[in-house]
Design a protein around this ligand. Structure first.
Ligand code: MG
Length: 159
């Protein structure tokens, strides 16, 4: 049995906040606004995994009015979701993601993101795809006011 899942997330960027994306801290003058650390890439991955499990979405599992998850690192949330997956004797077999951000340049950070995310997902580096796109200067993303992420995962029994 194999199941696919899709996830999407967008967070606003605000000056003076720490930018957390893909489980790492990235030097930038602005960071993502959120109840947690705002890591939109991880939130998209979580939604994709939950979608494949048939268990709703990140907002239902971790409500943004819950004081226990205020400022929490999204890597902690991803660990929790992957543990739920293992309980069902399932595993992420492959994940692929697109980050849409005008700046900062994300390509150079992908190896470090993989080092942070692959052990949590239980994947070798070549089974996590990370890609960066700009929005060609258009809209809020193009003006550097927000970052959006898409993710797809394949979930199944671990071979
Ligand atoms: Mg989010």
């Amino acid at each position: 049995m194999m199941r696919s899942g899709i996830g999407y997330d967008l967070h606003r960027l605000a000056p003076g906040r720490t930018l957390y994306l893909g489980g790492i801290e990235i030097p930038h003058f602005a960071g993502l606004v959120g109840h947690s650390d705002g890591d939109a890439l991880i939130h998209a991955l979580i939604d994709a995994i939950l979608g494949a499990m048939g268990e709703g979405d990140v907002g239902r599992l971790f409500p943004d009015d819950d004081p226990r998850t205020e400022g929490i690192r999204s890597t902690t949330l991803l660990r929790d979701v992957c543990a739920r997956l293992r309980k069902k004797k399932l595993a992420v077999l492959h994940a692929d993601a697109v980050v849409v951000a005008e700046r900062p340049k994300l390509g150079p950070h992908f190896p470090e993101m993989k080092k942070a995310l692959c052990p949590i997902l239980g994947l070798p580096p070549d089974r996590l795809g990370l890609k960066a796109k700009t929005n060609e200067g258009l809209g809020l993303i193009g003006r550097g006011r927000a970052i959006a992420c898409w993710a797809v995962v394949l979930v199944g029994r671990k071979a």
